[in-house]
Design a protein around this ligand. Structure first.
Ligand SMILES: NC(=O)CC[C@H](N)C(=O)O
Length: 309
């Protein structure tokens, strides 16, 4: 079994490598534009703690929107179902930073995995605390899940995001105007920019996602982090909304809940089987890693791990 998985990873990586150079590195956040587009990493974390890696799997990258999955889990844990007063659960069919839908829907973002929805989720996660206390909780959670205390924030990226963050601030002000923020805009976007700037490797990220593959329980620490029905629903939201207006294509090709970030990372959950993180900075038009998605498509197919298999 393990040998099979290793050969599926090798094959998937060979096929994905042929796509290097086709995507575009995100440059709207200047600190991200400097990253080498030819990087390609893959890590598969299994419930027994084994991690199979290939390529640049131990190099840290900016997790960006992959952080939205973890803040969703933390916010649900903190404020429960009342989170759904602030954010919906429908695919958006529009770009990650789109503002138009917000006006039609009275400042309630479509889902927690688009920027507006993630900002609303972070607002609820703050829950009366300081921004610093909230980002500390997020970073501590990532460290505990990855079993690695070296994980931290890349402050160059966080600064760069804040400097060029007019669009995200606009989304936050727009929601505020509709009464859908419970804290002032600056502390909320301050946490959001820093959560996006957390730097992790594929190995760390795959390990961190394992609780979502195991009904909300971290198999390595034994902690029940979110209730099983919540883990199931987070996976449902990832499947339907994890790649913005490319979510249908990703479900069609890969068939697993996933979340992409403009740093080129994708976290993919194979329920009951394991957690996979890939990284390659060249993005498709929707902001999902191009070579990374190819690697996941081939791996999921070869392993028979699509939830529709
Ligand atoms: N899709 C993404 O990864 C976007 C996250 C990025 N920090 C932004 O807010 O624009």
């Amino acid at each position: 079994m393990t040998d099979d998985l290793k050969s599926h990873i090798d094959e998937a990586m060979t096929l994905a490598a042929a796509h290097l150079g086709r995507g575009r590195v995100a440059d709207y956040i200047p600190a991200l534009a400097k990253v080498d587009p030819n990087k390609l990493g893959f890590a598969l974390a299994l419930p027994d703690g084994t991690v199979h890696t290939s390529g640049d799997a131990d190099e840290s990258f900016s997790i960006q929107s992959v952080s939205k999955v973890f803040t969703l889990a933390l916010a649900l844990r903190r404020v429960g179902s009342s989170l759904w007063d602030s954010v919906g659960r429908e695919p958006s069919g529009s770009a990650f930073n789109s503002i138009v839908q917000l006006e039609n829907e009275q400042g309630i973002p479509r889902n927690p995995l688009i920027n507006a929805g993630a900002i609303a989720t972070t607002d609820r996660l703050i829950d009366g605390r300081s921004g610093d206390a909230t980002i500390d909780e997020i970073v501590d959670f990532m460290r505990a899940r990855a079993g690695d205390d070296s994980i931290g924030i890349d402050f160059d990226v966080a600064f760069s995001e804040s400097e060029t963050g007019a669009r995200n601030r606009s989304l936050a002000h727009f929601m505020d105007a509709f009464g859908n923020l419970t804290h002032p805009v600056e502390p909320v976007v301050g946490v959001y920019f820093r959560q996006c700037a957390i730097a992790m490797s594929c190995r760390q990220l795959a390990r961190a996602g394992l609780f979502l593959a195991m009904e909300g329980r971290d198999p390595l620490t034994g902690e029940q982090l979110v209730e099983p029905h919540r883990a199931r629903r987070i996976n449902a939201i990832m499947m339907l909304c994890g790649h913005y207006d490319n979510s249908g294509e990703f479900a069609f090709r890969v068939g697993l809940p996933g979340k992409s970030g403009v740093g080129g990372g994708i976290l993919c959950i194979a329920p009951g089987q394991g957690s996979i993180a890939v990284w390659s900075p060249g993005l498709n038009e929707a902001g999902t890693s191009l070579a990374g998605a190819v690697a996941l498509e081939h791996f999921a197919y070869a392993a028979g791990w699509s939830v529709f298999d």
